[in-house]
Design a protein around this ligand. Sequence first.
Ligand code: ZN
Length: 139
Amino acid sequence: MLPASKRGKPRAEVQVDEVTGCWNYGGTLDRDGYPGMVSLPGGVRTKAHRAYFIQAGGVIPDGYHLDHLCRNRRCVNPDHMEPITPTENQERRVRGNRRNQQMIRELVTVDRLMTVEEAAESFMLPVHYIEAIIRWPQG
Ligand SMILES: [Zn+2]
C-alpha cells in the first residue's frame, strides 16, 4: 500500500519508501546527492524535487530554498518539502545537525525529558521541524 500524498503522485522514476513515505528519485543526482536538473513544461530547467513541488501546485518564492523536512536529499515527495529562506536553511543545518537530531529524538521520545515544544525552544528550531526530526528518523 503506497502512502497517499496530499499533492501529486509518484511517477515511474520514483521509488516510494513505504516506511518514511519518501519518494526516492531514480534519475540522475547531482554531486551533493540531490535530484538533478529536469525541464518543466515551458522549458524552464530546475532540480527535480523543485519540479515535483511546483507541479503539485507548490509555490517557491524567488530566492527561497526548498528544504527537505525528511532530510533525505533524494526525496521528491512534495509533502516532505518546505520553501524557506537561505538564512533559515543555514540555521536548520547548524541547529538541526545529525548530533542534535539524535539528541532531540532521545530527549523527546526515549527519555521523555522534553516536549516537542520545549525541544523547539531549546534548539531554536520550528515545532514542525522538531516533529519532522522525530517522524523521519534518518539523515
Ligand atoms: Zn522524504
